[in-house]
Design a protein around this ligand. Structure first.
Ligand SMILES: Cc1ncc(COP(=O)(O)O)c(C=O)c1O
Length: 424
């Protein structure tokens, strides 16, 4: 088999597109943040991470444009060498000050921040304890680091403690967790993690991609929500902060180390001026207008209540990520398409991102959603609640993922059959 042969199996995607069930890479033809145009249709955007709705704030846009005019369109090199702008350092100082850390280090993406920090800090003799549902880039970093990588059951801190107590007492240990889990909206119990870390001499690392701007004092995230600090706080600009890029907050010494050891920092160009300035302005708005956070929390509480009134299972969410539990993949695809037809943009989460037969439609709420937007989304879901509730009980674990290995003919008849089943 030649190296490209495997790519042929993905022709099932063309089949799904033909029956208008393919829910990914939808072309956005226009966007105002909370609403978008796709397939010539105006839709309420319920699938974005733009929690504070700042991507279209005129002040953020203006700052980004002004930075491009002042600094040019790119850094054309690593910050280590020729690409370290005063703007990057101003962003880092503002982040560290807002979040209460000695220092912050900005990377070109959140993915690179996690991968670079974990591989920069951990090696074969170290022990990393990681929640099973941690983001893929944490998993990548842990694997690449060649550390002893111990995965504990999602949110099961007894399991964490049991595992960590078995490590040699003099070993270097790191507990790493998402602050807010991106698929369920659940919050890690950082109080418990902190206690376990203290007891067993471990350091803590929180990825707060979905906590920053969403929970905690003035949107300071998960550790602030518990009134505590983590040894490392990772965040991204690609969600509440309306831009692109990621960062690590830590002590001065740790970030000095990462500046000289994290390969994703050293061997990649610095964050563009436009993205840096947008993130800085969004951060200043978050700092100066904490009401944006409480408005977003109120919107999330409203939508969650509407979903629950409609008998939908929101999986214990505590934040602005509001999943609706579906069950089998076919119904998830079908629900997504019907929501689209009703003017609501959502994204399904299916195996292997979740266990088989546990597909979810992930919604997320923004400050800039109007009550009308939220009502529209809630009504569209409520219209489908009978179908969704029936799927909740469906134990079928056939995954769309499996279809990828079938012949095109078999895949087509399989898909048609499944669509028929999920519509009856
Ligand atoms: C929990 C978590 N960590 C890290 C990342 C990566 O962030 P970025 O989009 O900045 O690469 C994401 C993005 O999806 C995320 O959800």
């Amino acid at each position: 088999m030649d190296i490209f042969e495997k790519s042929q199996s993905l022709n099932v995607i063309d089949l799904l597109k033909r029956v208008k069930l393919y829910p990914f890479f939808r072309k956005i033809e226009d966007t105002q943040g909370a609403t978008v145009v796709s397939d010539n249709k105006k839709l309420v955007m319920m699938g974005s991470n733009n929690y504070l709705g700042l991507t279209h704030d005129p002040r953020v846009i203006e700052a980004s444009v002004a930075a491009t005019k002042k600094w040019g369109t790119g850094c054309t090199g690593s910050r280590f060498l020729n690409g370290n702008l005063k703007l990057h350092e101003e962003l880092e100082e503002t982040l560290a000050d807002f979040l209460g850390y000695e220092s912050a280090l900005v990377f070109a993406t959140g993915f690179m921040a996690n991968q670079g920090a974990i591989t920069g800090l951990c090696g074969p003799s170290d022990y990393i304890y990681s929640d099973k549902e941690n983001h893929a880039c944490i998993v990548e970093g842990c694997k690449l680091s060649k550390s002893k990588f111990i995965v504990y059951k999602h949110l099961d801190y007894d399991a964490l403690e049991e595992r960590i107590s078995k490590a040699p007492s003099d070993a270097s240990k790191l507990i790493i967790t998402d602050g807010v889990f991106s698929m369920t909206g659940r919050i890690a119990d950082y109080k418990r993690i902190h206690e376990i870390a203290e007891k067993h001499g471990a350091m803590t690392y929180v990825d707060d991609a979905h906590g920053l701007g969403v929970i905690g004092e003035g949107g300071r995230g998960t550790v602030s929500h518990f009134g505590l600090k983590s040894d490392i706080l990772m965040g991204t600009f690609s969600k509440s902060l309306a831009s692109q890029g990621g960062f690590i907050c830590a002590s001065h010494e740790v970030n000095r180390w990462l500046k000289h050891k994290a390969r994703t920092f050293m061997f990649s160009a610095g964050l563009s001026p436009a993205s840096s300035a947008a993130a800085l302005k969004a951060l200043e708005i978050l700092r100066d207008e904490p009401a944006r956070v409480t408005e977003q929390q109120a919107n999330a509480a409203y939508l969650k209540m509407k979903f629950q009134e409609a008998g939908l299972d929101t999986m214990g969410t505590e934040t602005s990520v509001i999943p609706v539990f579906i069950g089998d993949d076919q119904t998830a695809l079908n629900v997504c398409k019907q929501l689209f037809d009703k003017g609501v943009f959502t994204t399904p989460v299916m195996y292997p991102a979740v266990p088989r037969g546990n597909a979810v439609i992930r919604c997320s709420v923004m400050t800039t959603h109007t009550k009308k937007d939220l009502d529209r989304a809630a009504e569209a879901f409520a219209d489908l609640s009978t179908m969704i509730q029936a799927a909740n009980k469906n134990t079928a674990t056939d995954a769309m993922f499996d279809v990828m290995t079938m012949s095109p003919e078999k895949a087509m008849s399989y898909i048609k059959q499944k669509i028929k089943e999920s519509q009856t």
